[in-house]
Design a protein around this ligand. Sequence first.
Ligand code: HEC
Length: 230
Amino acid sequence: MRKVWIGLLAAILFAGNVGLAHAQTLAAPKYVFNKATVMKGALLFADHCSACHSIHSLRYERLETDLGMPKAQIIKSIMLSSSANFLKGMRPTMTRTDAKTWFGIAPPDLSHIVRAQGQRWIYTYLTSFYQDPKRPSGWNNRLVPEVAMPNVLAPWGGIYSKDGKVLHKGRLSPGAYRREVADIVAFLRYASDPSYFKRHELAPYVLGVLILLSLLAYLLKRNYWRDVHD
Ligand code: HEC
């Protein structure tokens, strides 16, 4: 019976490895997952992505309460949609119907994209666009072939051919561009788990209370057992 279990476990682990090898995702450059990185990512997201993508489950207000971003900055630089409301979820500037007419498919909501696909997948997706005159948008993607999304970051990251040759240099150096994409991914990671910073701020207090309770329980135990030992 034990052999069967070990065999089953090995099969699962092996299947997992095969899956990873197949996806060939790239690791994002190392970044510190802190409020500054996420705020940089939020501004980049607003500039480059919020024309098409919503983040329904993240209210604009959370950027102020979770990250400490000034409300005036959120209103000016993040709330770009005319129907945006500070107390409601992040909206795209384009309507769903327009987007559907132009791209043939409505851009998906990105609230849970990091939970669904993982950070590596999104980083790889955003850095895998290449020029393809056969596609209606002029773009294709190595990770998601025949993708409907255009390469909106091309002016910054540059234009590549399918085999990875640079056709046009971007405004940013390759290193700076990779860091910007990593910042956008960090913001999407936060959007998938907005209580992250609050949880981490609370953690030392929770641990402190637990240690205090353990100490009290220990003192109580010593007090009870003193009579037994005597
Ligand atoms: C001009 C509109 C437009 C802009 C701007 C845009 N996207 Fe997209 N995006 C789309 C469309 C359309 C799709 C659907 C593609 C498909 O399924 O073929 C998509 C798909 C995606 C997906 C894949 C979702 C999935 O599970 O397949 C991710 C991730 C994504 N976009 C992230 C971004 C990020 C990050 C930005 C900003 C850097 C951005 N997009 C900017 C139109 C846009």
